[in-house]
Design a protein around this ligand. Structure first.
Ligand code: FMN
Length: 369
């Protein structure tokens, strides 16, 4: 018996109908040209509107912030209009939806950048063993190693903050319930936070406070545009993909959690590292994060409904996000309610393609009795 997972949750000024959050999931099916959410994307999100809240796939705040072909953006009028259709369709089903704001930093390639420029990063350090996805000059798509980035000048950082601000303005106009700052999984803000990828000697490098500065400046810009009660942040302490190694991962997450509390943001979303080969978070660290943050706390990574419920009953989490289960089960909440079996996600259709593996997984009412 699930005790809390399917109960309502107050988050900011919104009441979510349940605590089953759809995790952000890159699916690489944005409309082309222009990386614009299209009718197929509308159908996919609408199918999943019974989630307590949907967090959209990571959405680049600028052309510079793109690291994979076919991911959507939120920096052109057409992209904003595309997202507005997604939001309206989800709202028509009484759903709630957050936009994940993304800048990939060094996880990119000159083929994706304006004028073939180098990707940008806190420091000129390549992400070893990391790939991005590009359309090559001959028109074929390929996963290729990320390129050596250029270190951002101090004077350029207000421009990065402005990219997040502009994306927040568009996200607000598109009607999103929440905006989620993506500071996880080895992308730009995480690159600034982590000890190995940030070797800067200015006010944005060195101490933990300095490494956290850009994340907080971007956050403050987003808050100014939409209000703290409609803002969340995703962090991934101990994430080890994308060549990340942060010797102060926990101290940094706890410092940020306190800073988030002071600002009164709606939620903190912790992407746990173990689904991607990292260590398990310890109960001690979970309790510390819980104590440091005064808003809604969401954990994500490899959960079953029962495990998620147990985490809530013991008071560690307010909600849990599900990624792969939502790919294969649009009616995940209903299946949890009924204790029904889940469809198995097909990895071969995670990234790119059309409706197959995207909007055509069977729902319960379509299954033979
Ligand atoms: C296909 C796929 C795409 C993902 N895309 C994103 C993304 O855009 N942003 C993000 O923060 N995490 C992303 N993740 C990580 C998920 O949000 C989640 O943390 C991870 O899948 C673990 O949760 P799960 O075990 O419930 O799937 C992605 C994961 C998968 C499998």
């Amino acid at each position: 018996m699930l005790k809390k997972l399917l109960t309502p949750l107050k988050m900011g000024n919104t009441t979510l109908p349940n605590r089953v959050i759809m995790a952000p999931l890159t699916r690489s099916r944005a409309g082309q040209p222009g990386d614009i959410p299209n009718a197929l994307n509308v159908a996919y999100y609408t199918q999943r509107a019974s989630a307590g809240m949907i967090v959209t796939e990571a959405t680049q705040v600028s052309r510079q912030g793109q690291g994979y072909a076919l991911t959507p953006g939120i920096y052109t009028d057409a992209q904003e209009a595309g997202w507005k259709k997604v939001v309206q369709a989800v709202h028509a089903q009484y759903g709630h939806i957050a936009l994940q704001l993304w800048h990939v930093g060094r996880i990119s390639h000159s083929l994706l950048q304006e004028n073939g420029e180098a990707p940008v990063a806190p420091s000129a350090l390549i992400a070893k063993n990391s790939q991005c996805f590009v359309i090559q000059p001959d028109g074929t798509a390929a996963n290729v190693p990320t390129e050596m980035p250029r270190a951002l000048d101090t004077e350029e950082l207000p421009g990065i903050v402005a990219q997040y601000r502009q994306a927040a303005v568009r996200g607000r106009r598109a009607g999103f319930d929440f905006l989620e700052l993506h500071a996880a999984n080895g992308y730009l803000l995480n690159q600034f936070l982590a000890t190995n990828s940030n070797q800067r000697t200015d006010a944005y490098g060195g101490s933990l406070e300095n490494r956290a500065r850009l994340t907080l400046e971007a956050l403050d810009a987003v808050i100014e545009e939409i209000g703290a009660k409609q803002v969340g942040v995703r962090l991934s302490p101990h994430f080890i993909g994308m060549d990340m190694a942060d010797s102060e991962a926990e101290a940094s997450a706890l410092y940020l959690a306190k800073a988030f509390s002071e600002r009164g943001i709606a939620y903190l979303h912790i992407a746990e590292p173990d689904w991607a080969g990292g260590p398990e978070l310890t109960p001690v660290f979970r309790a510390q994060i819980r104590a440091a943050f005064n808003g809604v706390l969401i954990f994500c990574g490899g959960y079953t409904a029962e495990e998620a419920d147990a985490l809530m009953v013991q008071g560690t989490a307010d909600a849990v996000a599900f990624g792969r289960p939502f790919i294969a089960n649009a009616d995940l909440v209903e299946r949890f309610r009924l204790g029904a079996a889940l469809n198995t996600p097909d990895r071969s259709t995670f990234y790119g393609g059309g409706a197959h593996g995207y909007t055509d997984y069977p729902t319960l009412d379509l299954q033979p009795a």
